[in-house]
Design a protein around this ligand. Structure first.
Ligand code: PLP
Length: 449
């Protein structure tokens, strides 16, 4: 296609080439240029592109039916997918409500929590405490729970303000605490906030178990997770995990909660769920929550496309491919290798201040001083510039600003879970070339390796 004015618009005017085809971890534009999908799109394409088994399953579903409204029919693909998810989730997280994306999943999780409180005779519970920074979606409800200033601020007067506590910023804390103490210190912020808000008014606590794009894969100290669950239990507050980015294998476990043996009350998932083959997300809740709602007359919520059989056939085939190829184990193994290689970059580039994450949800943060973790000057727009240097060289990576979205730059390196060690080397070679070009652009020190 030619470069005529487009009728389409998204966030900005940034020009991008037409995508021609994609296969595995590679994507090709219309000129034939090859890109490595080093961020799985937006941490979506977990099993890689154009997987033939997923395409065949979708085609088989298409040949049968592409839509059956859930109030008129049950469909085999949605039933089977829900069953599969229930077997993979911990504890009694057995009931699944399908949606089409992450924001919808978060909204649905919160509405489910609210209606559950009403069934329990606690209608005064409505406040959802979340964290800053965080990202939970762009719809009004999810935005009110998001801590990312540039995205929230313009809409703030239209939102119902919800309480926020600081998310653990372990790498920035220059204190004398042990990791365990620091985790507990951050968890206590939740207890303090619940008491300040009035425990009887607090409905739920919403958190990303590993920070996504808003923090750049920030993992809290281990002690944080169990203490948060204890605090929620103490006050009868529902614990909602936003696993939209971390779920379905991305961190080396089926959901990130599994790293700490946590069973949240409600989990929101999307992105890797149908891995980009169809728009799909889910809310998974404890049996007791769902049964209470159904006994009380049902869930007052639903989207037209919820449980769409074509999307569910894609989701089911993705789950089957993940099992057949043992992709969660590959993710854990390749994640270790990639993290070691990213960490080694700190020797060459003093402007890399921190490397973090789990599985293949990995990121590094750019700084002008590693000891003080002072960010690079805002005006550099380093998070955008480095992504462009890599894009020019055929590597797609993802970036955002760490400190509330206003400054601090991080880069997420999150290839599909099918990535091999040789492909990690390919990614690293282009990344190093891109970091060299970026350093030259801003006159940043590079040490000979
Ligand atoms: N929650 C988290 C943790 C996310 O990372 C995202 C998207 O990046 C969302 C929610 C919103 O998902 P979507 O963009 O599919 O609405």
């Amino acid at each position: 296609m030619t470069d005529e004015k487009s009728n389409l618009f998204y966030q900005s005017r940034q020009p991008r080439p037409f995508l021609d085809r994609a296969e595995g971890i590679y994507m090709f534009d219309e000129t034939g240029k090859r890109y490595i999908d080093g961020s799985s799109g937006a941490m979506v394409s977990n099993i890689g592109h154009s997987n033939p088994n997923v395409l065949a399953a979708m085609k088989a579903q298409m040949d049968k039916s592409t839509f059956g409204y859930r109030l008129h029919f049950r469909t085999e693909s949605s039933e089977k997918l829900a069953q599969k998810v229930a077997t993979l989730m911990p504890g009694d997280l057995d009931r699944v409500f399908f949606v089409s994306g992450g924001s919808e999943a978060v909204e649905s999780a919160v509405k489910l929590a609210r209606q559950f409180a009403i069934t329990q005779g606690e209608p005064e519970r409505w406040k959802v405490i979340s964290r800053f920074p965080s990202y939970h979606g762009c719809t009004f409800g999810a935005l009110a729970l998001t801590g990312y200033d540039p995205l929230v601020h313009p809409f703030a007067p239209m939102l119902r303000d919800m309480p926020k506590i600081a998310a653990p910023t372990c790498y920035l804390d220059k204190d004398n605490l042990t990791d365990e103490q620091r985790g507990l210190k951050y968890a206590e912020l939740l207890r303090d906030e619940i008491i300040a808000q009035g425990p009887e008014s607090v409905l739920a606590f919403l958190m990303e178990p590993i920070g996504g794009a808003s923090t750049g894969a920030l993992v809290a100290p281990d002690s944080y997770y169990a203490r948060i669950q204890e605090i929620c239990d103490e006050f009868g507050i529902l614990l909602i995990y936003d696993e939209v980015m971390t779920g379905v294998g991305r961190t080396g476990k089926f959901i990130a909660a599994d790293h700490w043996g946590i069973v949240p009350d409600i989990v929101a998932m999307s992105k890797g769920f149908a891995a980009g083959y169809a728009p799909l997300g889910a809310v998974v809740a404890r049996e007791s929550i769902v049964e209470a709602l159904l006994d009380a007359g049902g869930f007052l919520h639903g989207f037209t496309y919820a449980g769409n059989p074509l999307a569910c056939s894609a989701g089911l085939a993705v789950m089957e491919e993940m099992e057949r190829l043992d992709l969660i184990s590959n993710c854990a193994a390749m994640g270790e290798i990639l993290k070691v290689k990213l960490t080694a970059l700190m020797d060459r580039y003093p402007f890399i201040g921190d490397v973090r994450g789990k599985g293949l949800l990995l990121a590094f943060e750019l700084v002008s001083d590693r000891d003080t973790m002072t960010p690079l000057p805002k005006a550099y727009n380093a998070y955008l510039e480095l992504v462009e240097r890599a894009y020019e060289r055929g590597l797609i990576i993802y970036s955002r600003r760490t400190r509330g979205g206003v400054e601090g730059d991080h880069i997420l390196v999150c290839p599909p879970l099918i990535v091999t060690e040789e492909q990690i080397d390919e990614i690293m070679a282009i990344l190093i070339d891109s970091l060299d070009a970026f350093a030259e652009q801003f006159d940043l020190q590079v040490k000979a390796s």
